[in-house]
Design a protein around this ligand. Structure first.
Ligand SMILES: Nc1nc2c(ncn2[C@@H]2O[C@H](COP(=O)(O)OP(=O)(O)O)[C@@H](O)[C@H]2O)c(=O)[nH]1
Ligand SMILES: [Mg+2]
Length: 358
Protein backbone atom coordinates (compact mmCIF):
# COMPACT_ATOMS: atom_id res chain seq x y z
CA UNK A 1 0.00 0.00 0.00
CA UNK A 2 1.24 3.49 -0.74
CA UNK A 3 1.75 5.89 2.10
CA UNK A 4 1.31 9.54 2.92
CA UNK A 5 3.79 10.98 5.40
CA UNK A 6 2.68 13.69 7.83
CA UNK A 7 5.43 16.27 8.13
CA UNK A 8 5.52 19.43 10.20
CA UNK A 9 7.31 21.33 12.93
CA UNK A 10 6.96 20.12 16.54
CA UNK A 11 3.54 20.99 18.01
CA UNK A 12 1.96 21.68 14.65
CA UNK A 13 -0.60 18.97 15.40
CA UNK A 14 0.66 16.03 13.31
CA UNK A 15 0.01 13.37 15.92
CA UNK A 16 -3.39 14.84 16.76
CA UNK A 17 -4.32 14.80 13.05
CA UNK A 18 -2.98 11.27 12.65
CA UNK A 19 -5.07 10.04 15.57
CA UNK A 20 -8.20 11.81 14.38
CA UNK A 21 -7.86 10.31 10.90
CA UNK A 22 -6.86 6.79 11.84
CA UNK A 23 -8.50 6.36 15.23
CA UNK A 24 -4.93 5.64 16.29
CA UNK A 25 -3.03 6.34 19.44
CA UNK A 26 0.14 8.23 18.59
CA UNK A 27 1.44 10.11 21.62
CA UNK A 28 0.29 13.73 21.59
CA UNK A 29 2.59 16.01 23.56
CA UNK A 30 3.65 19.57 24.14
CA UNK A 31 7.35 19.00 23.67
CA UNK A 32 9.31 18.04 20.59
CA UNK A 33 10.71 14.52 20.22
CA UNK A 34 8.42 12.94 22.76
CA UNK A 35 7.37 10.85 19.81
CA UNK A 36 10.47 9.42 18.23
CA UNK A 37 8.87 6.36 16.70
CA UNK A 38 6.89 6.80 13.52
CA UNK A 39 3.32 5.55 13.78
CA UNK A 40 1.52 3.96 10.85
CA UNK A 41 -2.24 3.76 10.46
CA UNK A 42 -5.01 3.61 7.89
CA UNK A 43 -7.50 6.44 7.35
CA UNK A 44 -10.81 5.37 5.88
CA UNK A 45 -11.88 7.36 2.84
CA UNK A 46 -15.56 8.34 3.09
CA UNK A 47 -17.33 8.03 -0.25
CA UNK A 48 -20.98 8.94 -0.81
CA UNK A 49 -21.03 6.82 -3.99
CA UNK A 50 -20.37 3.76 -1.86
CA UNK A 51 -23.02 4.82 0.64
CA UNK A 52 -25.56 5.14 -2.18
CA UNK A 53 -24.71 1.67 -3.52
CA UNK A 54 -24.90 0.12 -0.05
CA UNK A 55 -28.31 1.67 0.47
CA UNK A 56 -29.53 0.44 -2.93
CA UNK A 57 -28.38 -3.12 -2.20
CA UNK A 58 -29.35 -3.00 1.50
CA UNK A 59 -25.86 -4.36 2.13
CA UNK A 60 -25.16 -5.92 5.52
CA UNK A 61 -21.58 -4.66 5.40
CA UNK A 62 -19.91 -1.56 3.92
CA UNK A 63 -16.17 -1.53 3.36
CA UNK A 64 -14.49 1.79 2.57
CA UNK A 65 -11.20 2.32 0.81
CA UNK A 66 -8.27 3.30 2.99
CA UNK A 67 -5.14 5.36 2.71
CA UNK A 68 -2.07 4.61 4.77
CA UNK A 69 -0.68 7.44 6.90
CA UNK A 70 2.64 7.75 8.68
CA UNK A 71 3.17 10.21 11.52
CA UNK A 72 6.76 11.31 11.01
CA UNK A 73 8.20 13.06 14.05
CA UNK A 74 11.20 15.27 14.30
CA UNK A 75 11.54 17.99 11.73
CA UNK A 76 13.17 21.10 13.20
CA UNK A 77 15.26 23.87 11.73
CA UNK A 78 18.62 22.16 11.13
CA UNK A 79 17.23 18.65 10.47
CA UNK A 80 19.02 18.46 7.15
CA UNK A 81 22.32 18.71 8.99
CA UNK A 82 21.38 16.31 11.77
CA UNK A 83 19.59 18.49 14.35
CA UNK A 84 16.71 16.91 16.23
CA UNK A 85 16.09 13.44 14.89
CA UNK A 86 18.05 14.35 11.76
CA UNK A 87 18.56 11.39 9.51
CA UNK A 88 15.96 9.18 11.07
CA UNK A 89 13.32 11.71 10.29
CA UNK A 90 14.59 12.20 6.76
CA UNK A 91 14.40 8.44 6.17
CA UNK A 92 10.76 8.55 7.27
CA UNK A 93 9.98 11.03 4.51
CA UNK A 94 12.06 9.21 1.93
CA UNK A 95 9.86 6.14 2.37
CA UNK A 96 6.59 8.04 1.91
CA UNK A 97 4.99 8.23 -1.55
CA UNK A 98 3.41 11.62 -0.91
CA UNK A 99 3.59 14.22 1.81
CA UNK A 100 1.03 16.06 3.88
CA UNK A 101 2.60 19.12 5.50
CA UNK A 102 0.92 20.28 8.69
CA UNK A 103 1.28 24.04 9.18
CA UNK A 104 0.40 25.58 12.51
CA UNK A 105 -1.93 28.56 12.62
CA UNK A 106 -3.56 28.00 16.03
CA UNK A 107 -2.58 30.09 19.03
CA UNK A 108 -2.12 28.47 22.40
CA UNK A 109 0.13 30.02 25.05
CA UNK A 110 0.60 26.57 26.58
CA UNK A 111 1.90 24.99 23.42
CA UNK A 112 5.29 26.31 22.29
CA UNK A 113 5.66 27.16 18.62
CA UNK A 114 4.83 29.82 16.06
CA UNK A 115 1.41 30.63 14.67
CA UNK A 116 2.25 31.75 11.14
CA UNK A 117 1.65 28.90 8.70
CA UNK A 118 3.78 30.58 6.03
CA UNK A 119 6.72 30.64 8.39
CA UNK A 120 6.24 26.94 9.15
CA UNK A 121 6.17 26.26 5.44
CA UNK A 122 9.36 28.23 4.85
CA UNK A 123 11.28 26.40 7.61
CA UNK A 124 10.02 23.00 6.45
CA UNK A 125 10.79 23.59 2.83
CA UNK A 126 14.24 24.94 3.57
CA UNK A 127 15.20 21.78 5.46
CA UNK A 128 13.85 19.51 2.75
CA UNK A 129 15.52 21.53 0.01
CA UNK A 130 18.89 21.48 1.81
CA UNK A 131 18.68 17.72 2.30
CA UNK A 132 17.81 17.23 -1.38
CA UNK A 133 20.56 19.54 -2.53
CA UNK A 134 23.10 17.47 -0.59
CA UNK A 135 21.77 14.22 -2.15
CA UNK A 136 21.75 15.67 -5.65
CA UNK A 137 25.29 17.02 -5.37
CA UNK A 138 26.50 13.69 -4.05
CA UNK A 139 24.85 11.83 -6.95
CA UNK A 140 25.91 14.24 -9.68
CA UNK A 141 29.62 13.49 -9.36
CA UNK A 142 29.03 9.74 -9.46
CA UNK A 143 26.50 9.81 -12.31
CA UNK A 144 28.61 12.10 -14.46
CA UNK A 145 31.47 9.66 -14.25
CA UNK A 146 29.22 6.70 -14.99
CA UNK A 147 27.63 8.54 -17.94
CA UNK A 148 31.01 8.76 -19.67
CA UNK A 149 30.92 4.99 -20.08
CA UNK A 150 27.15 4.69 -20.53
CA UNK A 151 25.45 7.42 -22.55
CA UNK A 152 22.01 6.14 -21.55
CA UNK A 153 22.62 7.85 -18.21
CA UNK A 154 22.69 11.27 -19.87
CA UNK A 155 19.00 11.90 -19.15
CA UNK A 156 19.59 11.21 -15.47
CA UNK A 157 22.54 13.57 -15.37
CA UNK A 158 20.52 16.27 -17.11
CA UNK A 159 17.65 15.78 -14.66
CA UNK A 160 20.01 15.95 -11.69
CA UNK A 161 21.52 19.16 -13.07
CA UNK A 162 18.09 20.72 -13.54
CA UNK A 163 17.15 19.65 -10.00
CA UNK A 164 20.32 21.14 -8.60
CA UNK A 165 19.67 24.53 -10.11
CA UNK A 166 16.10 24.63 -8.71
CA UNK A 167 17.18 23.50 -5.27
CA UNK A 168 20.12 25.90 -5.19
CA UNK A 169 17.59 28.71 -5.64
CA UNK A 170 15.64 27.35 -2.68
CA UNK A 171 12.79 25.92 -4.77
CA UNK A 172 11.40 22.53 -3.70
CA UNK A 173 11.05 20.25 -6.74
CA UNK A 174 7.29 19.88 -6.33
CA UNK A 175 7.08 23.64 -6.83
CA UNK A 176 9.49 23.74 -9.77
CA UNK A 177 8.80 23.77 -13.48
CA UNK A 178 10.80 20.55 -14.02
CA UNK A 179 9.25 18.45 -16.78
CA UNK A 180 7.43 15.22 -15.95
CA UNK A 181 10.23 13.36 -17.71
CA UNK A 182 12.84 14.98 -15.49
CA UNK A 183 10.78 14.25 -12.38
CA UNK A 184 10.47 10.62 -13.44
CA UNK A 185 14.18 10.40 -14.13
CA UNK A 186 14.79 11.59 -10.56
CA UNK A 187 12.58 8.89 -8.98
CA UNK A 188 15.49 6.50 -8.28
CA UNK A 189 17.05 9.13 -6.01
CA UNK A 190 14.13 9.27 -3.56
CA UNK A 191 14.38 13.02 -3.17
CA UNK A 192 12.24 14.52 -0.43
CA UNK A 193 10.73 17.36 -2.43
CA UNK A 194 10.05 15.29 -5.56
CA UNK A 195 6.78 13.94 -4.15
CA UNK A 196 3.23 15.26 -4.38
CA UNK A 197 2.25 17.53 -1.51
CA UNK A 198 -0.94 18.38 0.34
CA UNK A 199 -0.98 21.16 2.94
CA UNK A 200 -3.14 21.15 6.06
CA UNK A 201 -3.33 24.44 7.93
CA UNK A 202 -4.11 23.67 11.57
CA UNK A 203 -6.56 26.41 12.55
CA UNK A 204 -7.54 27.75 15.91
CA UNK A 205 -11.02 26.59 16.95
CA UNK A 206 -12.38 30.11 16.43
CA UNK A 207 -11.21 30.15 12.80
CA UNK A 208 -12.67 26.73 11.95
CA UNK A 209 -15.87 27.95 10.34
CA UNK A 210 -14.34 30.91 8.50
CA UNK A 211 -10.80 29.98 7.57
CA UNK A 212 -10.31 31.87 4.29
CA UNK A 213 -8.24 34.67 5.86
CA UNK A 214 -5.85 32.10 7.36
CA UNK A 215 -5.61 29.59 4.52
CA UNK A 216 -5.65 31.99 1.58
CA UNK A 217 -2.07 33.25 1.93
CA UNK A 218 -0.86 29.64 2.01
CA UNK A 219 -2.96 28.74 -1.02
CA UNK A 220 -1.57 31.75 -2.86
CA UNK A 221 1.97 30.87 -1.91
CA UNK A 222 1.65 27.26 -3.11
CA UNK A 223 -0.47 28.04 -6.17
CA UNK A 224 -1.14 24.94 -8.24
CA UNK A 225 1.69 22.95 -6.61
CA UNK A 226 -0.38 21.74 -3.68
CA UNK A 227 -3.95 21.54 -2.43
CA UNK A 228 -4.47 23.50 0.81
CA UNK A 229 -7.05 22.52 3.43
CA UNK A 230 -7.96 24.37 6.62
CA UNK A 231 -8.63 22.07 9.57
CA UNK A 232 -9.10 22.73 13.26
CA UNK A 233 -7.31 19.58 14.25
CA UNK A 234 -8.15 19.85 17.93
CA UNK A 235 -11.85 20.30 17.27
CA UNK A 236 -11.94 17.49 14.72
CA UNK A 237 -9.94 15.21 17.01
CA UNK A 238 -12.38 15.82 19.86
CA UNK A 239 -15.36 15.31 17.57
CA UNK A 240 -13.83 12.07 16.25
CA UNK A 241 -14.10 10.64 19.76
CA UNK A 242 -17.88 11.08 19.77
CA UNK A 243 -20.53 8.66 18.56
CA UNK A 244 -21.56 9.24 14.92
CA UNK A 245 -24.85 11.03 15.71
CA UNK A 246 -23.29 13.35 18.31
CA UNK A 247 -20.43 14.15 15.99
CA UNK A 248 -22.74 15.12 13.13
CA UNK A 249 -24.78 17.28 15.47
CA UNK A 250 -21.69 19.06 16.80
CA UNK A 251 -20.24 19.62 13.33
CA UNK A 252 -23.51 20.84 11.86
CA UNK A 253 -24.01 23.10 14.88
CA UNK A 254 -20.63 24.71 14.25
CA UNK A 255 -21.39 25.13 10.57
CA UNK A 256 -18.69 22.63 9.60
CA UNK A 257 -20.85 20.22 7.61
CA UNK A 258 -19.34 16.74 7.58
CA UNK A 259 -16.16 18.19 9.12
CA UNK A 260 -12.74 18.45 7.56
CA UNK A 261 -11.41 14.94 8.14
CA UNK A 262 -13.26 13.34 5.22
CA UNK A 263 -11.86 16.06 2.96
CA UNK A 264 -8.34 15.40 4.18
CA UNK A 265 -8.74 11.64 3.65
CA UNK A 266 -10.13 12.14 0.14
CA UNK A 267 -7.41 14.64 -0.78
CA UNK A 268 -4.74 12.25 0.48
CA UNK A 269 -6.24 9.44 -1.60
CA UNK A 270 -6.31 11.60 -4.73
CA UNK A 271 -2.76 12.75 -4.09
CA UNK A 272 -1.57 9.17 -4.51
CA UNK A 273 -3.33 9.03 -7.87
CA UNK A 274 -5.53 6.18 -6.70
CA UNK A 275 -8.89 5.31 -8.29
CA UNK A 276 -11.89 3.47 -6.92
CA UNK A 277 -14.18 0.79 -8.33
CA UNK A 278 -17.04 -0.82 -6.48
CA UNK A 279 -18.70 -4.15 -5.91
CA UNK A 280 -22.17 -4.24 -4.44
CA UNK A 281 -24.60 -6.82 -3.17
CA UNK A 282 -26.71 -7.81 -0.19
CA UNK A 283 -23.76 -9.26 1.64
CA UNK A 284 -21.46 -6.31 1.14
CA UNK A 285 -20.77 -3.11 -0.75
CA UNK A 286 -17.13 -2.33 -1.08
CA UNK A 287 -14.76 0.29 -2.49
CA UNK A 288 -11.60 -1.16 -4.06
CA UNK A 289 -8.50 0.81 -4.87
CA UNK A 290 -6.72 0.53 -8.20
CA UNK A 291 -4.00 2.20 -10.19
CA UNK A 292 -5.06 4.74 -12.81
CA UNK A 293 -5.04 3.05 -16.21
CA UNK A 294 -5.38 -0.52 -14.87
CA UNK A 295 -7.30 -3.00 -17.04
CA UNK A 296 -10.16 -5.21 -15.90
CA UNK A 297 -8.10 -8.34 -15.03
CA UNK A 298 -5.72 -6.33 -12.84
CA UNK A 299 -8.70 -4.83 -11.02
CA UNK A 300 -10.22 -8.29 -10.63
CA UNK A 301 -6.92 -9.28 -9.04
CA UNK A 302 -7.36 -6.57 -6.40
CA UNK A 303 -10.39 -8.55 -5.20
CA UNK A 304 -8.72 -11.96 -5.41
CA UNK A 305 -5.86 -13.44 -7.41
CA UNK A 306 -8.19 -16.24 -8.66
CA UNK A 307 -10.39 -13.63 -10.31
CA UNK A 308 -7.42 -12.31 -12.24
CA UNK A 309 -6.07 -15.76 -13.14
CA UNK A 310 -9.42 -17.07 -14.35
CA UNK A 311 -10.77 -13.78 -15.69
CA UNK A 312 -13.30 -14.21 -18.50
CA UNK A 313 -15.08 -10.88 -18.64
CA UNK A 314 -16.53 -8.14 -16.45
CA UNK A 315 -20.05 -6.79 -16.29
CA UNK A 316 -19.71 -3.07 -15.81
CA UNK A 317 -22.01 -0.15 -15.06
CA UNK A 318 -21.15 3.29 -13.75
CA UNK A 319 -22.27 3.77 -10.14
CA UNK A 320 -24.68 6.67 -10.78
CA UNK A 321 -26.44 4.86 -13.62
CA UNK A 322 -26.85 1.81 -11.41
CA UNK A 323 -28.20 3.79 -8.47
CA UNK A 324 -30.65 5.62 -10.77
CA UNK A 325 -31.94 2.29 -12.10
CA UNK A 326 -32.21 0.89 -8.59
CA UNK A 327 -30.78 -2.62 -8.94
CA UNK A 328 -28.40 -4.86 -10.84
CA UNK A 329 -31.37 -6.72 -12.36
CA UNK A 330 -32.96 -3.46 -13.52
CA UNK A 331 -29.66 -2.39 -15.07
CA UNK A 332 -29.46 -5.69 -16.94
CA UNK A 333 -33.05 -5.37 -18.16
CA UNK A 334 -32.41 -1.83 -19.35
CA UNK A 335 -29.38 -3.08 -21.28
CA UNK A 336 -27.05 -0.90 -19.22
CA UNK A 337 -24.66 -3.65 -18.14
CA UNK A 338 -21.68 -3.57 -20.45
CA UNK A 339 -19.73 -6.75 -21.12
CA UNK A 340 -16.06 -5.85 -21.03
CA UNK A 341 -13.02 -7.99 -21.82
CA UNK A 342 -9.38 -8.15 -20.81
CA UNK A 343 -8.44 -4.89 -22.49
CA UNK A 344 -11.03 -2.74 -20.73
CA UNK A 345 -9.54 0.14 -18.73
CA UNK A 346 -11.59 0.42 -15.58
CA UNK A 347 -12.89 3.93 -14.82
CA UNK A 348 -13.17 5.60 -11.44
CA UNK A 349 -16.70 4.94 -10.17
CA UNK A 350 -17.33 1.74 -12.17
CA UNK A 351 -19.27 -1.05 -10.48
CA UNK A 352 -17.95 -4.46 -11.51
CA UNK A 353 -19.03 -8.03 -11.44
CA UNK A 354 -16.29 -10.39 -12.54
CA UNK A 355 -16.97 -13.61 -14.46
CA UNK A 356 -14.14 -16.05 -13.99
CA UNK A 357 -13.24 -19.70 -14.20
CA UNK A 358 -10.36 -21.40 -12.38
N1 LIG B 1 -5.22 24.80 20.93
C1 LIG B 1 -4.89 23.86 20.06
N2 LIG B 1 -3.96 22.97 20.43
C2 LIG B 1 -3.62 22.00 19.55
C3 LIG B 1 -4.19 21.92 18.25
N3 LIG B 1 -3.64 20.87 17.62
C4 LIG B 1 -2.75 20.33 18.47
N4 LIG B 1 -2.75 21.01 19.63
C5 LIG B 1 -1.94 20.74 20.83
O1 LIG B 1 -0.57 20.91 20.50
C6 LIG B 1 0.22 19.96 21.17
C7 LIG B 1 1.06 19.21 20.18
O2 LIG B 1 0.19 18.45 19.33
P1 LIG B 1 0.72 17.15 18.58
O3 LIG B 1 -0.40 16.61 17.79
O4 LIG B 1 1.43 16.24 19.51
O5 LIG B 1 1.78 17.86 17.61
P2 LIG B 1 3.00 17.21 16.80
O6 LIG B 1 4.23 17.54 17.59
O7 LIG B 1 2.99 17.93 15.50
O8 LIG B 1 2.75 15.75 16.66
C8 LIG B 1 -0.73 19.09 21.97
O9 LIG B 1 -0.78 19.57 23.30
C9 LIG B 1 -2.05 19.31 21.28
O10 LIG B 1 -3.14 19.13 22.15
C10 LIG B 1 -5.18 22.88 17.90
O11 LIG B 1 -5.75 22.85 16.79
N5 LIG B 1 -5.49 23.82 18.83
MG1 LIG C 1 3.89 14.10 17.20
Amino acid sequence: MERIGLVGLPNSGKSSLFNALTGGAAAVARHPFSTTETSVGVALVPDQRLDALAKMSASRKVVHAGVELVDIAGLVAGSSTGEGLGNRFLAGIREADAICVVLRAFEDANVPGGTDPLEDLAVLELELVLADLASVEGQLGRRRKAAKADRSLDTQVAALEAARSCLAEGTPLYRSSLSHEAQDALKPYFLLTNKPVLAVVNLGEDAAADHEPVTKPVAEELGSSAEVLGVSVKLEAEAAQLAEADRSELMEGLGLGEGALPRVARAAYRLLGRRTFFTTGEKESRAWTFRHGARAPECAGVIHSDLQRGFIRAEVVHWDELVALGSWAAAREAGKLRLEGKEYQVADGDVLEIRFNV
